[in-house]
Design a protein around this ligand. Sequence first.
Ligand SMILES: [Zn+2]
Length: 404
Amino acid sequence: MSPAPLGNRDLMRAHNRSIILNAIKSHGDISRAEIARLTGLSPATVSAITAELIAENLVLEHAEGDSSGGRPPILLRLNPGGGFVVGIKVTEWHLIGALTDLTATVIAKQSSDLPALSLDDVLEGVVNMVSHLTRVGGVRKKQLLGVGLGLAGVVDGNRGVLKYSPTFGWRDIPLRDLLQARLRVPVYVDNDVNTLTLSEKWFGTARTVENFLVVTLGRGVGMGIVVQGQIYRGHGGGAGEFGHIVVDPQGPVCACGGRGCLETLVADPGLLRQAQEAWQRGELSAPVTKIEDLVALAEAGDESARHIFARAGDVLGVQIANLINVFDPAMVIIGGEGTRNGEWMFAPMRQAIARHVMPGLRNGTEIRIDPWGDDAWARGAASLVLGELFKSPIQREAIAGSVG
Ligand SMILES: [Zn+2]
């Protein structure tokens, strides 16, 4: 048996601290009395812990707000400048990075090309990007709480090991340790879709719900699953390969080697393939080489382009309805570059969802299309570090306990 890292009393205090920090993050300007009421903690506990958070610069005190004649109440809020993190998304061609404050607000961003896809190039690129972003953002080394890295593939987030990535052709790379040795700050590594899902949970539209799904569209189709406030990773860390559920066993060959996976029908390469076929059949009014062209054709009234998006939307909607039937989530958030396909795809998707969700589960799930920003992936990776700050030690221990 390994010794418990914290005694019961310390554990309880750290847990209460996380509850209070989260109450302040979620509610913004809030009084100590209101925190006590919301959390059910005693005023003495709230007062002791908030004093600690203020001393650590994580929380700010200010006197304003709704005063009914008497002394204005002292309100608390998160101190955005209490710490900074860098988040970096690694793709096969470049690194996209952002420096954010404690509230996940982007202070500086950078994107740089990768000369080649060797491990050394990636490590060096990450180190250079961290030093560039902190310099531009005017952040001192000791204000940097950590660096988060998101990339496609199966990642063991607990050990920070990239187990397998078809994009990079890498296996069992201890990215966290390799980078920590160079950067000398805590480094967290996770699958890119999970980092995006975490940022929705901590800072995005899913802050108030416990069960939700994030579906990403773009070059492929990804999924993040949050069950009772926790990311569900599966037995080996590979859960959420929504893009590879088989829709048509006789369908087009997929990058995974299978046939007729969902992403061959609804992700960018699949849509472009369908556009090419339509052009060869003489149905499309102009040839297209990128998705933006196809969207422009649909907008200009090209029936064939509209049909391609509508059919993809329908296929996607049926599969999302299947997910809703399995998970009964409060929310399904659609994100990723593919959201630029717009209502040509998402109107038919919503209709298919409405048609195929089983009675009794209908209307229970909110469908949100997230407006896409190019720094969303980097911000997601930054949330990987920020999330650690807000996590209860009980959640942390549960994760540590699951490592062999
Ligand atoms: Zn596949």
